[in-house]
Design a binder for this molecule. Structure first.
Ligand code: PLP
Length: 484
């Protein structure tokens, strides 16, 4: 089979009668089978599966796996998502038999180590972010947002203040922020960013009213810029009786240096799959722990881990809880990795990681702004946003540049986000890069800028070297073909 280099479709390679493994013949009596599966549920025609040898199947899937691209394969500077390298050792720790073989319904008396780990992770996240209490249940950042907003809603209900139904969100925000607010039953009002790319108190002022339940903010924001007026902003929201929610997706830029709790935030989610050592986009689970200040702690999901003289216990004793937001206790193995990462780096190591991430971003920003528009030309934090090519007579678009990068074996940065930058290219190198890699990325970006002038038509047809060329991404999302 398979004379061409790439994989062939399994059903095309199928040869009637060819087999891999033959399972033993069932020794159940037909009558017993009949009883197990009622005839109305039984197939009337045989399954139309391709007939292949075991080797054919192995080669097919191995070849397919080589067609994908991951952070272990090459540079992946996707902004807003922190595709950093995560130590493989942490995977081994999460797979230690004492963790791996636990059953979620095991009695508390024989899972004391796991409960202690959860307890310590909550305390550690609280220390890093300046919060008072945490839940580890949310499955990802967006789920943390929803949990936080439901907590805000429950507190408003208790105070008889349900008329507060507006959440303020900057126009640079990630789409999950307004989506979560709407899902929790709030209305969304957009706050414009200033020419400097941050929120100005004067622009916030006209939106303040007794109807405001709170503000959601990322700091640094999705332009990679630190919200310098944050203390004034959180104070303004508190003065009108609102709560301030910190979207922690960008904590990689400030961990160990600054704490959302000290900036005046009341709720914080973390994306463990961005900041704390779980591979992002690897197909496995993420985790979005949510931290709150003491006044909102009674609303946290149950059960909570509590420490008692008799050991650690699950406690459901929380009359004002919003209830459970996830089956069982959260994505435990992700939490093991996060805690191991934090303990292995220590506070100094975390500070070093975020300063290295910020340094790498500023290095790239400084070199790339020679050929690319930089709409907010200031020091950035862990990421920055370019606005397409400077010298661009042939009208080469950011999409063309992204496709062009694929031919150099680089995963493109985030494109066309945030929405407030035309032709946006959002680049986050992370701390886990070498200077050589940054320099070669700059050289590639310079070559693309050259090609945009010398051979723009060629660039507009890129990529040339990937298994598939340009796809209709809209159609792929709206009408996915999931089988052949
Ligand atoms: C990734 C991200 C989110 C959503 O987090 P998920 O873990 O993907 O649900 C929210 N806000 C910002 C700024 C992000 O980058």
């Amino acid at each position: 089979m398979n004379k061409k280099a790439g994989p062939v479709l399994l059903n095309q390679a199928s040869v009637p009668g060819r087999r891999g493994y033959l399972p033993p013949v069932s020794d159940l009596q037909p009558t017993a089978e009949e009883e197990l599966i009622p005839s109305s549920f039984r197939r009337t025609t045989p399954l139309n599966l391709p007939a292949l040898s075991e080797m054919d199947v192995t080669r097919h899937f191995t070849q397919l796996s080589k067609r994908s691209f991951g952070v272990d394969q090459g540079f992946y500077p996707l902004g807003s998502c922190t595709m950093k390298y995560n130590p493989k050792l942490l995977e081994d720790l999460a797979l230690l038999p004492g963790f791996r073989d636990l059953h979620p319904l095991q009695d508390e008396s024989c899972i004391q180590g796991a409960l202690r780990l959860i307890y310590e992770a909550e305390k550690t996240f609280a220390t890093i972010t300046g919060m008072d209490a945490y839940t580890l249940q949310p499955a990802a950042g967006a789920h943390g947002e929803l949990t936080g907003l439901l907590i805000m809603k429950a507190a408003l209900r208790d105070q008889g203040e349900l008329a507060r139904d507006i959440i303020l969100i900057p126009d640079s925000a990630h789409g999950t922020n307004p989506a979560s607010a709407a899902l929790a039953g709030f209305k969304v009002q957009k706050i414009p960013s200033s020419a400097a790319g941050i929120i100005e108190p004067d622009d916030l002022k006209p939106h303040l009213s007794p109807q405001v339940a709170g503000l959601m903010l990322t700091n640094p924001n999705t332009l990679g810029l630190f919200e310098e007026k944050i203390l004034t902003i959180t104070q303004m929201i508190h003065d009108i009786g609102g709560q301030v929610y910190y979207d922690g997706a960008n904590l990689n830029a400030i961990m160990g240096w600054a704490r959302p709790g000290d900036m005046g935030f009341d709720l914080v989610h973390l994306n463990l799959h961005k900041t704390f050592a779980t591979p992002h986009g690897g197909g496995g689970p993420g985790s979005g722990p949510l931290g709150v200040k003491a006044h909102l702690a009674p609303y946290l999901p149950v059960p909570r881990v509590v420490s008692s003289p008799a050991g650690f216990k699950w406690s459901y004793d929380a009359p004002r809880t919003i209830g459970k937001v996830k089956g069982f206790w959260g994505h435990f193995t992700v939490i093991i990795k996060a805690l191991a990462y934090i303990y292995s780096l220590g506070f100094d190591g975390m500070k070093q990681a975020s300063s290295d991430a910020v340094l790498a971003a500023n290095y790239l920003q400084t070199l790339l702004k020679e050929d690319y528009n930089l709409p907010y030309d200031r020091h950035c934090m862990h990421e920055f946003v370019l606005g397409g090519l400077k010298d661009n007579p042939a009208g080469v678009r950011t999409l063309d540049l992204a496709k062009g990068l694929l031919d150099y074996g680089v995963h493109p940065p985030t494109v066309y986000f945030p929405l407030i930058v035309a032709e946006a290219l959002m680049i986050e190198p992370t701390e886990s890069v070498t200077l050589d890699l940054l320099d070669s990325f700059v050289a590639i970006m310079k070559q693309l800028a050259d090609q945009a002038k010398t051979t723009p038509e060629k660039l507009k047809e890129a990529p040339y070297t990937t298994p598939v060329r340009r796809l209709n991404e809209t159609q792929a999302a709206r009408q996915p073909v999931l089988k052949w």
